[in-house]
Write a protein that binds this ligand. Sequence first.
Ligand code: 5GP
Length: 194
Amino acid sequence: MELLKDKIEQEGKVLSDTVLKVDSFLNHQIDPLLMKAIGEEFANLYAEEVITKVLTIESSGIAPATFLGLTIGAPVVFARKRKSLTLTDNLYSAKVHSFTKNETNDISVSKNFLCADDNVIIIDDFLANGEAVKGLLDIAEQAGAHVVGVGIVIEKGFQDGGKMLREQGVRIESLARIKSLANGKVEFFENGEF
Ligand code: 5GP
């Protein structure tokens, strides 16, 4: 997605060989026009699927997931990273190890918002080692829901998550695919190269 690649090139900050900071448009401040285009792009990529629910994880998945939900007219559910006092037993939960924070969180979704009749798309901001997506797949499986695929805003192709999930037969669509962050530079995969 050219608009997204331009934005990453202009505003992304390479923090290390493995971490990209995009807090001016995705992870802190949000660019709503870009998020709208991202929601529409995911909707086009999955146009042949009937999707009843968009599933993501707080907090940075919520913006792209919500614009997809708006485009296709489906509700958006986000997994919470901390147990809420108002959500008690009625939960699906999974463990997710965070690549950026190096800590393991329990994530949970209320059983009220996901069920066996749902056709789910999973959305997240980044794909690195695939832990967050694995946790969301686990939650969808507990609900008995069908997962049509995954939509990722930025995939770091030099980490193993995408390969591992594709080998399991999961459909992954990424809007920008990064080949390398070495030497402080963002290098993308060219079309067809990935
Ligand atoms: P994974 O679970 O695939 O290892 O990592 C994905 C999660 O970690 C995403 O939800 C995202 O919040 C965070 N993450 C992974 N890599 C990066 C990165 O390079 N930059 C930012 N901002 N977040 C990342």
